[in-house]
Ligand binder design. Sequence first.
Ligand SMILES: NC(=O)c1ccc[n+]([C@@H]2O[C@H](COP(=O)([O-])OP(=O)(O)OC[C@H]3O[C@@H](n4cnc5c(N)ncnc54)[C@H](O)[C@@H]3O)[C@@H](O)[C@H]2O)c1
Ligand SMILES: [Zn+2]
Length: 439
Amino acid sequence: MEKMTLTDQSGALTTVDLRMRQGTLTVDDIPRPAAPDEETVGRVRQIIAQVRAEGDVALRSLTKELDGVDPVSLVLGREQMEEAFHSLATELAQALTVAHRRIQQVYEAEVPTSSRVSADGITVVRRNVPVRSAGCYVPGGSARYPSTVLHTATVAAVAGVEHIVVATPPSPEGSVDAPTLAAAFVAGVEAVYPIGGAQAIAALAYGTESIERVDTIAGPGNLYVALAKAQVALDVGIGSSFAGPSEVVVIADPSVDPRYAALDLAVQAEHGPHGLAWLVTWDEQYLHDVDRALVAYVDSAPRLGAIRSTLANNGYAALVRGREQALELANLIAPEHLELLYQDGEKDAALVKSAGVTFVGIDGTAAFGDYVAGPSHVLPTYGTARFASGLGLEDFYRRQHTVLIGPSAIDELGWAVEEIAKVEGLYAHAESIAIRRRS
Ligand SMILES: NC(=O)c1ccc[n+]([C@@H]2O[C@H](COP(=O)([O-])OP(=O)(O)OC[C@H]3O[C@@H](n4cnc5c(N)ncnc54)[C@H](O)[C@@H]3O)[C@@H](O)[C@H]2O)c1
Ligand SMILES: [Zn+2]
């Protein structure tokens, strides 16, 4: 299989020219960030074991070691959240409220109806039963994410979860910053724990003296958080999407100002150092224009370090033959965010098979999705959009069937049970039907 040719260039992005590429592309063609090393996996295992063995004492000492602060309290309640909400500037309080309302609207429209089917004397009812408690992990190492409180807890609340808590790394004062606490207030969160990383995931999964264990954990995070979730997955529900460092694929053409495409690449790159950013276009001059605009932005960007590091390691510009090949590439990359940044993108959106979420339209910056568009911004990364979805109501539900066996079922279906039970050599199964038929 012919590999992609990576041509280094002096700009911000590494160029990949696919125009002459024969045959179909495969997943192996796509450069991916390296898999986690064994040392990190082992460190996370240690942290989890320490929290299980020592509870609150471990949480305090790990927080001191890894976040450099002593938490003032391990649990912050509704009063502190309310106070934080009232301390915000009016515009920010309104922005959080608007984002909350839009997320709520999207998920309320998605609440599934229960189903009921009756045939052959048996009625099967399906109900979606919310878990009793959910823990939302809200990242907070290199940036603050009040938006992630809204994009996790609001979904849990619409699903009907009774107890919703948030864990997030502490502020430098050992508490939690006001915007994050305020967002928790808006979303109806019961308690906020100023604890981050793998230690937070362990506390949510197993409980400590101060923190009650939850039924399900949802929310994104860095590698420590992601590995911790994988390690506790047998003991607690884990939200379906592997939400790691942010990714974006921007498909664009000269109908859109190159500065728009450049900034949209920077939007997800500024989240952190391990992200992924692809520009895909069929116009060579446009590729250079976007790259130049990106270089110009990066040089003056406030989060220069994060953007540079993502672009240097995983920033690509692909030249393709046209829309069809652009979509083929996007489906293979299976990015967290996909932007169809050109005129008439709507009909192409139907051809997208693997993306966390797709934004269509020349104003379709993923920044809308991060905050106010509505669908949860907790989305599958690392190529998992091939099989995983964004955070949704189903992450907080269990499906449960009730089977009503009516009086005619023995006559209508009992014989089939007996036949199969006999061939499986399970005689009590067959007799449980036969005895009822006789009496
Ligand atoms: N996919 C999504 O929906 C989405 C949304 C928001 C953020 N994110 C991603 O979440 C990530 C947030 O990462 P972050 O680091 O800023 O915050 P984080 O909260 O995930 O991680 C911070 C914690 O990591 C732990 N940690 C740091 N260094 C450690 C070490 N050497 N050993 C053990 N533990 C250590 C500390 O406990 C710290 O509290 C970013 O990659 C961002 O892109 C994704
Ligand atoms: Zn973003």
